[in-house]
Ligand binder design. Structure first.
Ligand SMILES: [Fe+2]
Ligand SMILES: [Fe+2]
Length: 186
Protein backbone atom coordinates (compact mmCIF):
# COMPACT_ATOMS: atom_id res chain seq x y z
CA UNK A 1 0.00 0.00 0.00
CA UNK A 2 1.42 3.39 -1.06
CA UNK A 3 0.39 5.10 2.21
CA UNK A 4 2.00 2.51 4.47
CA UNK A 5 5.27 2.50 2.53
CA UNK A 6 5.36 6.30 2.72
CA UNK A 7 4.57 6.46 6.43
CA UNK A 8 7.09 3.73 7.29
CA UNK A 9 9.68 5.80 5.41
CA UNK A 10 8.65 8.85 7.44
CA UNK A 11 9.11 6.77 10.59
CA UNK A 12 12.70 6.18 9.49
CA UNK A 13 13.23 9.94 9.34
CA UNK A 14 11.59 10.47 12.72
CA UNK A 15 13.79 7.71 14.20
CA UNK A 16 16.82 9.64 12.92
CA UNK A 17 15.60 12.69 14.82
CA UNK A 18 15.25 10.56 17.96
CA UNK A 19 18.87 9.43 17.67
CA UNK A 20 19.92 13.06 17.16
CA UNK A 21 18.07 14.08 20.33
CA UNK A 22 19.56 11.18 22.29
CA UNK A 23 23.09 11.97 21.12
CA UNK A 24 22.63 15.67 21.91
CA UNK A 25 21.48 14.78 25.44
CA UNK A 26 24.43 12.41 25.98
CA UNK A 27 26.74 15.15 24.72
CA UNK A 28 25.44 17.56 27.34
CA UNK A 29 26.04 15.00 30.09
CA UNK A 30 29.54 14.49 28.70
CA UNK A 31 30.18 18.20 29.17
CA UNK A 32 29.49 19.58 25.70
CA UNK A 33 27.74 22.90 25.32
CA UNK A 34 23.93 22.87 25.15
CA UNK A 35 23.27 24.54 21.79
CA UNK A 36 19.84 26.18 22.11
CA UNK A 37 19.50 26.78 18.40
CA UNK A 38 19.94 23.06 17.67
CA UNK A 39 17.27 22.13 20.20
CA UNK A 40 14.94 24.68 18.59
CA UNK A 41 15.58 22.92 15.26
CA UNK A 42 14.81 19.52 16.81
CA UNK A 43 11.57 20.93 18.23
CA UNK A 44 10.68 22.43 14.84
CA UNK A 45 11.19 19.03 13.17
CA UNK A 46 9.12 17.28 15.87
CA UNK A 47 6.29 19.79 15.54
CA UNK A 48 6.19 20.36 11.81
CA UNK A 49 7.34 17.08 10.32
CA UNK A 50 6.66 14.37 12.94
CA UNK A 51 3.46 15.91 14.25
CA UNK A 52 1.86 18.15 11.63
CA UNK A 53 3.03 16.34 8.51
CA UNK A 54 3.17 12.70 9.66
CA UNK A 55 0.64 12.50 12.51
CA UNK A 56 -1.55 14.81 10.44
CA UNK A 57 -1.92 12.12 7.77
CA UNK A 58 -2.48 9.43 10.39
CA UNK A 59 -5.11 11.36 12.32
CA UNK A 60 -7.02 13.04 9.48
CA UNK A 61 -6.91 10.20 6.97
CA UNK A 62 -5.47 6.78 7.87
CA UNK A 63 -6.68 6.36 11.46
CA UNK A 64 -9.98 8.04 10.64
CA UNK A 65 -10.64 5.42 7.98
CA UNK A 66 -9.70 2.68 10.47
CA UNK A 67 -12.07 3.89 13.19
CA UNK A 68 -14.86 4.45 10.65
CA UNK A 69 -14.63 1.03 9.02
CA UNK A 70 -12.60 -1.52 10.99
CA UNK A 71 -14.71 -2.05 14.11
CA UNK A 72 -14.20 -1.97 17.86
CA UNK A 73 -10.63 -3.29 17.92
CA UNK A 74 -9.49 -0.52 15.59
CA UNK A 75 -11.31 2.12 17.63
CA UNK A 76 -9.60 0.88 20.80
CA UNK A 77 -6.18 0.69 19.14
CA UNK A 78 -6.45 4.21 17.72
CA UNK A 79 -8.43 6.21 20.27
CA UNK A 80 -6.99 4.69 23.43
CA UNK A 81 -3.54 4.04 22.06
CA UNK A 82 -2.18 5.98 19.12
CA UNK A 83 -4.02 9.27 19.67
CA UNK A 84 -3.20 9.33 23.37
CA UNK A 85 0.46 8.81 22.51
CA UNK A 86 0.43 11.59 19.89
CA UNK A 87 -0.91 13.86 22.61
CA UNK A 88 1.73 12.76 25.13
CA UNK A 89 4.38 13.51 22.51
CA UNK A 90 2.97 17.05 22.19
CA UNK A 91 3.16 17.43 25.95
CA UNK A 92 6.84 16.40 26.01
CA UNK A 93 7.68 18.79 23.16
CA UNK A 94 5.75 21.65 24.78
CA UNK A 95 7.52 21.14 28.10
CA UNK A 96 10.87 20.82 26.33
CA UNK A 97 10.30 24.14 24.53
CA UNK A 98 9.35 25.80 27.80
CA UNK A 99 12.43 24.47 29.62
CA UNK A 100 14.64 25.53 26.72
CA UNK A 101 13.36 29.12 26.92
CA UNK A 102 13.86 29.15 30.67
CA UNK A 103 17.39 27.82 30.26
CA UNK A 104 18.21 30.47 27.67
CA UNK A 105 17.30 33.20 30.14
CA UNK A 106 18.78 31.51 33.19
CA UNK A 107 21.04 28.48 32.65
CA UNK A 108 20.12 26.69 35.87
CA UNK A 109 20.74 22.98 36.41
CA UNK A 110 17.00 22.48 37.02
CA UNK A 111 16.14 23.75 33.54
CA UNK A 112 18.84 21.59 32.02
CA UNK A 113 17.41 18.59 33.86
CA UNK A 114 13.98 19.38 32.44
CA UNK A 115 15.39 19.64 28.92
CA UNK A 116 17.08 16.24 29.24
CA UNK A 117 14.10 14.47 30.80
CA UNK A 118 11.45 15.86 28.44
CA UNK A 119 13.66 15.21 25.42
CA UNK A 120 14.33 11.61 26.45
CA UNK A 121 10.70 11.07 27.42
CA UNK A 122 9.80 12.00 23.85
CA UNK A 123 12.46 9.67 22.42
CA UNK A 124 11.28 6.64 24.42
CA UNK A 125 7.61 7.32 23.72
CA UNK A 126 8.05 7.77 19.98
CA UNK A 127 10.31 4.74 19.51
CA UNK A 128 7.71 2.47 21.09
CA UNK A 129 4.91 4.24 19.24
CA UNK A 130 6.57 3.81 15.84
CA UNK A 131 7.26 0.16 16.60
CA UNK A 132 3.59 -0.45 17.39
CA UNK A 133 2.46 1.26 14.21
CA UNK A 134 4.92 -0.58 11.98
CA UNK A 135 4.28 -3.98 13.55
CA UNK A 136 0.61 -3.88 14.52
CA UNK A 137 -1.48 -0.88 13.46
CA UNK A 138 -0.44 -0.43 9.83
CA UNK A 139 -0.31 -4.16 9.14
CA UNK A 140 -3.78 -4.65 10.66
CA UNK A 141 -5.20 -1.88 8.50
CA UNK A 142 -3.52 -3.08 5.33
CA UNK A 143 -4.89 -6.58 5.88
CA UNK A 144 -8.42 -5.48 6.73
CA UNK A 145 -9.20 -2.37 4.67
CA UNK A 146 -11.76 -3.02 1.93
CA UNK A 147 -10.49 -2.23 -1.59
CA UNK A 148 -12.36 1.11 -1.69
CA UNK A 149 -10.79 2.13 1.64
CA UNK A 150 -7.34 1.25 0.36
CA UNK A 151 -7.90 3.33 -2.72
CA UNK A 152 -9.49 6.28 -0.95
CA UNK A 153 -6.80 6.46 1.77
CA UNK A 154 -4.01 6.28 -0.81
CA UNK A 155 -5.61 9.01 -2.91
CA UNK A 156 -6.15 11.37 0.03
CA UNK A 157 -2.63 10.76 1.34
CA UNK A 158 -1.23 11.47 -2.11
CA UNK A 159 -3.15 14.76 -2.18
CA UNK A 160 -1.88 15.64 1.32
CA UNK A 161 1.68 14.97 0.13
CA UNK A 162 1.28 17.15 -2.93
CA UNK A 163 -0.09 20.02 -0.91
CA UNK A 164 2.81 19.73 1.57
CA UNK A 165 5.21 19.53 -1.34
CA UNK A 166 3.89 22.79 -2.74
CA UNK A 167 4.71 24.34 0.64
CA UNK A 168 8.15 22.65 0.59
CA UNK A 169 7.49 20.89 3.88
CA UNK A 170 9.37 17.69 3.03
CA UNK A 171 12.37 19.47 1.49
CA UNK A 172 12.64 21.98 4.34
CA UNK A 173 12.56 19.44 7.16
CA UNK A 174 14.62 16.72 5.49
CA UNK A 175 17.26 19.35 4.87
CA UNK A 176 17.15 20.37 8.53
CA UNK A 177 17.39 16.69 9.54
CA UNK A 178 20.41 16.28 7.32
CA UNK A 179 22.18 19.24 8.91
CA UNK A 180 21.48 17.94 12.44
CA UNK A 181 22.60 14.44 11.47
CA UNK A 182 25.99 15.70 10.30
CA UNK A 183 26.55 17.22 13.71
CA UNK A 184 24.94 14.70 16.06
CA UNK A 185 24.89 11.34 14.20
CA UNK A 186 28.25 11.38 12.46
FE1 LIG B 1 1.39 7.82 15.19
FE1 LIG C 1 3.45 7.16 12.77
Amino acid sequence: MYSVALMVQEHENILKLLTIIENACCGILDGKELVHEDFHSMIAFARNYADKHHHGKEEQIFFQEMTDHLGALAVKLIQHGMLVEHDLGRLHIGELAKALEQHEKDPQTLFQLKILTEAMGYVTLLRRHIDKENEIVYTYAEKNFAPDSLQSVDQRIMDFEEEANRNQVQATYLDLLNTLEKKYNP
